[in-house]
Design a protein around this ligand. Structure first.
Ligand SMILES: NC(=O)C1=CN([C@@H]2O[C@H](COP(=O)(O)OP(=O)(O)OC[C@H]3O[C@@H](n4cnc5c(N)ncnc54)[C@H](OP(=O)(O)O)[C@@H]3O)[C@@H](O)[C@H]2O)C=CC1
Ligand SMILES: Nc1nc2c(ncn2[C@@H]2O[C@H](COP(=O)(O)O)[C@@H](O)[C@H]2O)c(=O)[nH]1
Length: 327
């Protein structure tokens, strides 16, 4: 790796605009058999998504991935979504009982449209075994596997049968993997995405480290088909986390999936908890994301996401905010 950079080190270079209004720009993206309004998916974390947010997102044409931290509710969730004719998208782990869960899905013919294997260190035999098992028993399901941070890992998971890979180890806002283990893509997530995307033959989901809406366009430029976001989706009215009030201001909790709060014990903790500003309704953020991305497309000189994928860029080395604090 020669070029190491992150989101704030990059600016995309504008091209001549071909639309008369930003609303003429189409932000939709196809992943698997379905097309979604935005190339963005809220993180499959317990303080980011729950069943009612999943329902709202699916009804409104956004991609979602339900988390895996209430495993006993997953069958019922899939049934309810299927009854309403909505897309089903869930997460699994790799422990022994998850193989039984896959068997149960097959037996009851509750085949999810999307399954995400959600593991910290996805470049592992346990993940490869799970990919092979799901592909054997639920071949119709679009399978996302992660997380990884190297081209070798992308190639190996694709070769095992994954339909998409998720890139990002340690760049998350509530992540402490980078501090506790010394490993990961924290601090160079955008460069790692580029490195992985060059090796990929299937879609890549960039996961973690998104701090501004412009980072979504940058992810698309560097090879992402979809972008997974936690912290920017935390703190909404609908967000599952606890709400607290301090000095007249509202905050909501956001904790890591490998935090003590999620695990209920202090073992192999690689995540922390924080409180983020209350942000109001989720719909407002989704709308603003869409408008900002439409504007990105217009600056790229096109009318669809593809225009962003080939724009030129410059490296500005940590200077684009000139010391301003954003978000
Ligand atoms: N994207 C990221 O940077 C990170 C994300 N996370 C999130 O935290 C959650 C928990 O992740 P995870 O701990 O993987 O899931 P689990 O706690 O479900 O662990 C899955 C299995 O993998 C084993 N395992 C976990 N980490 C390693 C490792 N480094 N080497 C070998 N075996 C390992 C575990 O055993 P054992 O516990 O005994 O080792 C367990 O058997 C997930 O939602 C994940 O996305 C966590 C850290 C980083
Ligand atoms: N190292 C850890 N990473 C975690 C944990 N829980 C979730 N995550 C990852 O973070 C992203 C969200 O990142 P953000 O910058 O948008 O907030 C999420 O999708 C996971 O991949 C954790 O406990 N430790």
């Amino acid at each position: 790796m020669e070029n190491v950079f992150d989101y704030e080190d990059i600016q995309l270079i504008p091209n001549k605009c071909i639309v008369d209004s930003r609303s003429d720009c189409d932000t939709s993206v196809t992943l698997g058999r379905h097309t979604f309004k935005l190339p963005v998916v809220p993180a499959n974390m317990q303080t980011i998504i729950d069943e009612s947010i999943a329902l709202k997102l699916a009804q409104e044409g956004y991609f979602y991935i339900m988390h895996r931290f209430q495993p006993e509710t997953r069958m019922d969730f899939i049934s309810k979504m299927k009854d309403k004719g909505l897309i089903t998208s869930i997460s699994v782990g790799v422990k022994e009982e998850e193989f039984g869960f896959v068997d149960q899905l097959k037996k009851e013919n509750l085949v999810p449209d999307y399954i995400t294997i959600d593991i910290a260190h996805g470049h592992s035999n346990s993940v490869i075994r799970m990919i092979q098992y799901i592909k054997e028993h639920l071949p119709e399901t679009f399978l996302i596997a992660g997380n990884v941070g190297t081209p070798e890992a992308v190639r190996e998971l694709e070769h095992a049968g994954a339909d998409a890979t998720k890139v990002g180890i340690g760049p998350g806002k509530v992540c402490i993997t980078k501090i506790k283990t010394g490993f990961g893509t924290g601090g160079w997530q955008l460069a790692a995405l580029r490195w992985c995307a060059k090796a990929a033959s299937k879609p890549i989901i960039a996961d973690g480290g998104i701090r501004t809406h412009g980072d979504i366009a940058k992810s698309v430029r560097f090879g992402a088909s979809m972008v997974m976001i936690g912290s920017l989706f935390a703190g909404h009215e609908e967000s599952p986390g606890e709400t607290v009030e301090r000095d007249g201001r509202k905050y909501k909790e956001y904790f890591g999936s490998a935090s003590e709060f999620q695990k209920g014990e202090k073992k192999n903790v690689e995540g922390k908890k924080m409180y983020v500003d209350y942000k109001g309704p989720l719909g407002d953020t989704l709308r603003e994301m869409e408008q900002d991305l439409q504007s990105s497309i217009s600056y790229a000189g096109g009318d669809s996401l593809d225009a962003i994928r080939t724009v030129d860029y410059v490296m500005v080395k940590n200077s684009i905010f000139n010391g301003d604090k954003v978000y």
